[in-house]
Design a protein around this ligand. Structure first.
Ligand SMILES: CC(C)(COP(=O)(O)OP(=O)(O)OC[C@H]1O[C@@H](n2cnc3c(N)ncnc32)[C@H](O)[C@@H]1OP(=O)(O)O)[C@@H](O)C(=O)NCCC(=O)NCCS
Length: 206
């Protein structure tokens, strides 16, 4: 899939056995078709977000709505919000289709919430998901120095995503029984994971 070549904003360095480094750029409304295509290819029907949800994310927090390129190829996207940290998050905070305005607080929030991440199927398994994930945290944390932790919700069955998060030292803080329903009949647990953002002692990020 060919994408529009944009000026690089951030170059993420990757180990030599992986694909070339990714370039991240803020998503615009022109990217919505490709984002929705990735959404359909990345998630079961019961777990997909509406176009309006992504549109609002891009309009509200473009700094945390990122498109990834490898050369001129569009390879993935990642979205985030900034929340006030709650010691034990509750399931309602993570509801599918939740409005970014419910919790996004880029002034007083201290926790980066990664809402979703997708790598195009043709580019998976090459280390790009891990690059995209760490690149997003690195970039948003640099722009918002008050951030002290990162948070996400993952489906128990998404083993590739869980491998990335565990590799980045995210740890489970709470589990929501039967949170996901990919087909309206079966149910799968959601796992909330969190990791501190350590600015001086964690050379991988900052
Ligand atoms: C999750 C996703 C972004 C990963 O992208 P990717 O480019 O393939 O990821 P990477 O190649 O960087 O890493 C994949 C990891 O999964 C691991 N993995 C692959 N198959 C696995 C399996 N069957 N069981 C356990 N781990 C597995 C790999 O070893 C790798 O872990 P490592 O970095 O510790 O070696 C991609 O699979 C995707 O878009 N999936 C659909 C949407 C989704 O699940 N998004 C995440 C939740 S929002």
């Amino acid at each position: 899939m060919m994408g529009i070549l944009r000026p690089p904003i951030l170059l993420i360095h990757s180990p030599c056995h992986m694909e070339p480094p990714l370039t991240l750029a803020e998503a615009t409304l022109h990217d919505l078709d490709r984002i929705m295509d990735m959404e359909a290819k990345g998630f079961a029907p019961g777990n997909t977000e509406l176009r309006e949800v992504y549109e609002l994310r891009i309009r509200t927090f473009p700094q945390g709505s990122l498109i990834a390129y490898s050369g001129s190829e569009y390879v993935g996207c990642i979205f985030s919000e900034i929340w006030k940290e709650s010691f034990l998050p509750v399931a309602e905070h993570f509801a599918l289709g939740h409005d970014i305005f419910e919790r996004h607080d880029p002034v007083f929030g201290t926790e980066l919430y990664i809402t979703s991440m997708t790598i195009s199927p043709a580019f998976r398994g090459k280390g790009l998901g891990s690059q995209l994930f760490l690149g997003c945290i690195n970039r948003v944390a640099a722009a918002y120095p008050q951030l002290t932790s990162a948070l996400l919700l993952v489906n128990e069955t998404w083993v590739q995503a869980r491998a990335i998060y565990e590799g980045a030292e995210f740890r489970e803080v709470v589990r929501f029984k039967n949170f996901f329903s990919p087909d309206g009949m079966t149910h799968e647990d959601g796992i909330v994971m969190r990791c501190p953002i350590q600015r001086k002692s964690h050379p991988t990020w900052l």
